[in-house]
Design a protein around this ligand. Structure first.
Ligand code: PLP
Length: 458
């Protein structure tokens, strides 16, 4: 990035032939890509050997860093034994059964079942389809619509993108699809009115949700989807009591609660699952990313017994559950996920994340208190955000033309730190194996980068 691109280099060929995800094509052609050559622990290295601490774990996913040998060995063993088989037509494998059992146990979905897919988007779409089956079997086939929230991110396939509450996921494609609705994002920092406390804010959010349900007709709404802590919208921890109150409204109108744990799951927020951090009780949970530390594309949906019973009931006269991906329950993905979970258990992931998260947060709070442009430090566990503002007191945002968030990312990148801005919220979600010295290094590079940004903004 920002170097002259030599003819026939990796950069030149990448520019010539590769259409990138979430990348501006013109900027890509001007600047070229960052070619990642190798990884070691929490660091990645470019072709020239420069190292970067990836304080985003790639895309909130490489919880065990970038060079875990046990995961590689688990994949290798499985490839040698059985490189592929599927789970259609009553087929299974030992690892598939073991992982399904483990996920049901870990998530506390007693009596439930685990379904496998390969991406987070597929997992979220699977939850929607299962919600439709559930209501159809219960004689309410008109319950089809899904309510998501502003600023949410739920994936890139058509329904998953429709559930996103972010304009950049919609504008090129004429999305959202009809039937995908959005309610207010529960952001206490930006959303609370003057004089409103958290309890009143929660009441207003619940009232808004109820208003939307009544306007659309309760008989038309199948499900509500939310992340426990919104990751991609800017690390937004809902106000206390939010999910308990929202779930009262959902229950009243027979609306299922779909929990997107794709970022929050597997220790990220300082509990095994984000639902524990925010006190939520979902009907279905979507898992991916940390499930295999993203060393293999695997995702899962864990469902409550009533959802499984609906699928069974629908097909009781014959016929198969009409859903499935070629790679659902891929044996290598399953082997990697089982090994990742074993490592999480051995390392005491929850305690480790709480300790490292508190240390990183402490650093950020100190840095924020000294910085004139840090409005808030927030998050949970190792999922932290720093919101930049023009005025700490009034919370007035920075002029969007300043592009402060992207400027921070660029400065940090030059300082060997990969962070991720979401507008003017700086996101940090490092590999969960991060140690004290690495936490201190992330904070040090963040502080230096922020000071450079302050000077740049004048
Ligand atoms: N849900 C959340 C909360 C995510 O952050 C993401 C991806 O970043 C997804 C869903 C989509 O996952 P995938 O990209 O694997 O389809």
């Amino acid at each position: 990035m920002n170097k002259p691109v030599l003819p026939n280099s990796v950069e030149a060929r990448d520019i010539a032939y590769h259409l990138h995800s979430q990348t501006n094509p013109t900027l890509m052609e001007e600047r070229g890509p960052l070619v990642v050559a190798r990884g070691e622990g929490v660091r990645i290295y470019d072709e020239a050997g420069k190292s970067y601490i990836d304080a985003m774990a790639g895309l909130w996913c490489a919880s065990l860093g970038f060079s875990n040998e046990r995961l590689a060995a688990a994949a290798g063993r499985q490839y040698a034994q059985l490189g592929f088989y599927h789970t259609f037509f009553q087929r299974t494998m030992e690892g598939v059964a073991t992982l399904a059992e483990k996920l049901v146990e870990l998530t506390g979905m007693e009596g439930g079942k685990a379904y496998f897919a390969t991406s987070g988007s597929e997992a979220n779409e699977t939850m929607v389809k299962l919600a439709w089956v559930y209501h159809t079997v219960r004689g309410r086939p008109t319950k089809r619509k899904v309510i998501a929230r502003d600023r949410a991110f739920h994936g890139s396939t058509i329904a998953a993108a429709s559930m996103c509450g972010l304009g950049f996921m919609h504008r090129e494609f004429g999305l959202p699809l009809p039937g995908f609705l959005h309610t207010i994002c529960p952001d206490p920092y930006r959303g609370m009115l003057e004089g409103e406390d958290e309890a009143a804010f929660v009441e207003r959010l619940a009232a808004e949700l109820e208003k939307l349900i009544l306007r659309e007709g309760p008989d038309s709404i199948a499900a509500f989807i939310a992340e426990p802590i919104n990751a991609g919208g800017g690390i937004i921890l809902p106000p206390k009591g939010y999910f308990a109150r929202i779930q009262q409204v959902l229950k009243k109108y027979d609306i299922l609660f779909l929990d997107d744990e794709i970022v929050c799951g597997f220790g990220r927020t300082g509990n095994w699952f984000g639902k524990e951090t925010v006190d939520a009780s979902p009907d279905m949970m979507a898992l991916a990313k940390g499930l295999s530390s993203s060393y293999f594309p695997i995702s899962a949906v864990v469902v409550a017994p009533a959802i499984y019973e609906a699928v069974k009931e629908f097909n009781k006269a014959g016929g198969n559950f009409g859903h499935g991906f070629t790679n659902s329950g891929h044996p290598v993905g399953v082997a990697v996920a089982l090994e990742a979970i074993k490592i999480y258990e051995e390392m005491g992931i929850v305690e480790h994340v709480r300790t490292m998260g508190a240390r990183l947060r402490g650093h950020f709070e100190r840095i924020g208190a000294a910085s004139p442009i840090v409005g808030q430090v927030r998050g949970a566990g190792l999922m932290l955000g720093i919101e930049l503002v023009a005025d700490k007191q009034s919370r007035a945002p920075l002029d969007p033309h300043l592009q402060a968030g992207p400027a921070f990312d660029q400065i940090a990148y030059e300082n060997g730190l990969i962070a991720r801005c979401m507008g003017d919220v700086l996101g940090f979600s490092p590999p969960l194996i991060v140690n004290e010295a690495e936490v201190d290094e992330i904070a040090g590079r963040c502080e230096a980068s922020l000071k450079q940004l302050e000077r740049k903004l004048g």
